[in-house]
Design a protein around this ligand. Structure first.
Ligand code: PMP
Length: 362
């Protein structure tokens, strides 16, 4: 059995050991063809099978209804910040955004390059320690769409419910929480996610797009930046990130073998409750950054009263086999990312380490 670190990286992040082992087994000779999946044409029947089965499995596991396309694109979720307004923010309409932290901010700034933007709700005044109440959302008339960041990877907040936007297309960045729990996909016109947290390695971005949205795409966009191009060509307009898509397929198979998305949610709740409990039972030694009702199932952010102590925690945790617990450089503090592939044992070990560290330092 491989010796594995307790990997709490924010992304790229832990992948299931079984997936890595399967990839290793198939690395040199994919299914008896005498070549790896990286060495063959993306027009080959073998790769087409990889592409189509990953799409089909995502549809099955996430309950994506008919009438949606699943696309595999490049450029990361950051390129989606650009493509969304390019494709959907027509002159005379407004791009509406819910502002919940650093990633929403990037999406907003990018949309401003293309047209009018309205912040429909924001928790900036509260330092992003909560998700705005759905009843506080003020949707601008003529909104082309409402965009939200389902899970704020840096801040550690997560939407627990999604707004009803009627005829206004709802678009969600689920980069850091896709498949962590069941979602009613039919509420959304578009969901997108960089793969490198819950879906696989970096290099591919999954876009789930309701087909009627394609009618809004301007005809004169640069080819690679038009959703119509990728939808029409089954994500094979140009050379795709074949290995990343292959790995996403293996991760999806792993989710299916482990009981599907509802089972992922159950496991994630058990895992995170261990760590949130270590915070909540610490008499203020550890402080959760986000209000309890809006806490993330994927990125647990916490602080201590003293930055030197936080540094000591980060250092000692590393010495004890934990990886990636330092908070994002823009906000400091500590963060444990507990994506689907992070095992229960790692979370249990972290909760125990936290209690032990507290006992030794208070
Ligand atoms: N949105 C969210 C919520 C993210 O966490 C990230 C990356 N950490 C991004 C967007 C940007 O993704 P990428 O690096 O794939 O461009």
């Amino acid at each position: 059995m491989a010796k594995r670190a307790y990997n709490f990286n924010a992304g790229p992040a832990a992948l299931p050991l079984e997936v890595l082992q399967k990839a290793q087994e198939q690395f040199v000779d994919y299914k008896g063809i005498g070549m790896s999946i990286m060495e063959i044409s993306h027009r080959s029947s073998e790769y087409e099978q990889v592409n189509d089965s990953a799409q089909a499995l995502l549809k099955e596991l996430f309950g994506i209804p008919d009438g949606y396309k699943v696309l595999f694109l490049q450029g990361g979720a950051s390129t989606q910040f650009t493509m969304i307004p390019m494709n959907f923010l027509a002159a005379g309409t407004v791009g509406s955004y819910i502002h919940t932290g650093a990633w929403a901010e990037k999406a907003i700034q990018e949309a401003k390059l293309f047209g009018e933007v309205s912040v429909a709700a924001s928790s900036e005044a509260d330092n992003f320690k909560r998700i705005p109440a759905l009843s506080d959302i003020q949707l601008a008339p003529n909104s082309a769409y409402l965009h939200l960041t389902s899970n704020e990877t840096i801040g550690g907040s997560q939407f627990q419910q999604y707004p009803d936007t009627g005829n206004v297309p709802l678009i969600a960045d689920m980069s850091s929480d896709i498949l962590c729990r069941p979602v009613d996909v039919s509420k959304f016109a578009m969901i997108y996610a960089g793969a490198q947290k819950n879906l696989g390695p970096s290099g591919v971005t999954v876009v789930i797009l309701r087909e009627d949205m394609l009618s809004l795409v301007p005809k004169n966009l640069p080819t690679m930046f038009s959703y119509a191009t990728h939808a029409k060509n089954n994500s094979l307009y140009n050379t795709p990130p074949a290995y990343s898509v292959y790995m996403v397929g293996l991760v999806l198979e792993w989710i299916k073998e482990n009981g599907g998305v509802a089972a992922m949610e159950r496991a994630n709740r058990e895992k995170t409750s261990l760590i949130y409990k270590a915070i909540d039972d610490s008499n203020g030694f550890y402080r959760g950054v986000v209000e309890p009702g809006d806490r993330s199932l994927m990125n647990i952010t916490f602080r201590m009263n003293d930055e030197e102590l936080e540094k000591k925690f980060a250092k000692e945790s590393e010495q004890n086999g934990f990886v990636g617990l330092k908070g994002h450089r823009s906000v400091g503090g500590l963060r444990a990312s507990t994506y689907n592939a992070v095992p229960y044992e790692a979370c249990k070990a972290l909760a125990e380490f936290m209690a032990d560290f507290q006992a030794r330092n208070s």
